[in-house]
Design a protein around this ligand. Structure first.
Ligand SMILES: Nc1ncnc2c1ncn2[C@@H]1O[C@H](COP(=O)(O)OP(=O)(O)O)[C@@H](O)[C@H]1O
Ligand SMILES: [Mg+2]
Length: 226
């Protein structure tokens, strides 16, 4: 179980905390979904959980063990909203083998198959991929690292409906083996596969029943039909 206890993030330069007193529990092999408008603090929270930003106060625990930023970097794998800013390899194979030079071609193929990119040539440059493919490659990089918790920032943003559907199916399969925490501004694509949902407003979160978003989704479908 992942526990967040009273997590706050308040840089000295900002008048108000960006993250305020967040409490959350996410069981293993469950998919947690945090829904919030732009600027509500979603990316900042993921950066804290990935060990990339330092919380001002509170505790992050994995079971009973409190985690430092370095431990969080090992435990978590983050898929950024714009992964192209973080690619280092000159092609897909290099990207997947960063930090794992010994990685066999079988394992490379397995990881790419898992994310639906096995049809691509290994010497394709990451920057030549579409936005959806880049997010999938970034996910494959994390799957190879085998983190305990996968953090995804707006995984469906900017994808067409078919790519969205493929990605949602993939995430739904992944939760059989992994613990996932996803942040998004649009609940409609992901609410059906979420086990736990929270709403984030101005750096605070509250637990909500996934049906709240499902109702909105149904309303949207009815409106779309007109
Ligand atoms: N290190 C920082 N210093 C000052 N302001 C920050 C810092 N990090 C994020 N912010 C601000 O915090 C708010 C939340 O940002 P963000 O986490 O990116 O929200 P979201 O991902 O929900 O759009 C924004 O207003 C952003 O400008
Ligand atoms: Mg964001």
């Amino acid at each position: 179980m992942l526990y967040l206890k009273n997590i706050s993030y308040h840089p000295a330069a900002t008048p108000h905390p960006i993250i305020e007193n967040i409490n959350l529990q996410l069981p293993l092999q469950k998919l947690g979904l945090i829904v919030g408008t732009s600027g509500s603090g979603k990316t900042t929270l993921l950066e804290i959980l990935a060990g990339l930003a330092q919380k001002t106060s509170g505790q992050i625990l994995w079971g009973t063990e409190e985690l430092t930023s370095v431990e969080l970097q090992q435990l978590s794998g983050i898929v950024f909203q714009f992964p192209e800013r973080h690619f280092c390899g000159s092609n897909i194979l290099e990207e997947l083998r960063l930090g794992h030079p010994e990685l066999s071609t079988e394992r490379v193929k397995e990881a790419l198959t898992e994310v639906g990119l096995d049809h691509l040539s290994y010497d394709t440059a990451p920057n030549a991929l579409s936005g959806g493919q880049q997010r999938r490659l970034s996910l494959a990089v994390q799957l190879i690292r085998q983190p305990n918790i996968l953090l995804l920032d707006e995984p469906t943003a900017g994808l067409d409906w078919l790519m969205k559907e493929n990605l949602v199916n993939l995430l739904s399969r992944l939760k059989k083996h992994w613990t996932l925490l996803i942040v998004t501004h649009d609940a409609s694509d992901l609410v059906d596969i979420a086990d736990n949902c929270w709403r984030m407003v101005n750096g605070k979160i509250e637990s909500v029943n996934p049906d709240v978003f499902n109702l909105k989704k149904k309303e949207k479908i009815i409106v779309d039909k007109w």
